[in-house]
Design a protein around this ligand. Structure first.
Ligand SMILES: [Fe+2]
Length: 151
């Protein structure tokens, strides 16, 4: 039987100022390969460090998280983010009007959500999840705070 279990929780953390958001997006569109630390077909990860956005995050969110930007240009197959268990995220761009994040337990969908942009949330990435509906030519940009350093 379908049992819904919320895997995304919104947080009332402060909204990121427009100029920082725009700076981050502009930097990605101008130089998409700068500071890429991880990438595959439709997924890239850049670090956010030593810039104004990081300073704002340190002051307003937490001085001890590990920040990055995830740039997604297509659907993400079912995966878990092992060894990362939870992430604190904030979507600058959705990548389309109907992008759905789904969570699975034993191949059964237990949560399905269209996450809002410009809203802090906690994501359970320990369990299997997927992202679908990213429109071609569009980019989903997520600012992501890892809570713990990878071992
Ligand atoms: Fe993931």
């Amino acid at each position: 039987m379908f049992k819904s279990m919320k895997q995304v929780k919104y947080l009332n953390f402060p909204v990121i100022p427009d100029h920082l958001r725009d700076m981050a997006i502009n930097k990605i569109s101008k130089n998409p390969d700068s500071r890429i630390v991880k990438s595959n077909e439709n997924y890239k990860w850049t670090i956010v460090k030593d810039n104004e956005l990081e300073q704002w995050l340190v002051t307003n969110i937490s001085p001890s998280l590990f920040w990055g930007l995830q740039i997604i240009t297509g659907d993400m197959r079912i995966h878990s983010d092992n060894p990362t268990t939870v992430k604190i995220c904030y979507l600058f761009e959705l990548g389309g009007d109907n992008v759905i994040t789904e969570f699975y337990h034993n191949d059964q969908i237990i949560d399905s959500i269209k996450i809002d942009h410009d809203r802090w949330h906690i994501l359970n990435v320990m369990i299997n999840h997927s992202v679908r509906g990213v429109e071609s030519g569009k980019t989903r940009i997520s600012l992501t705070g890892r809570i713990f350093e990878k071992l």
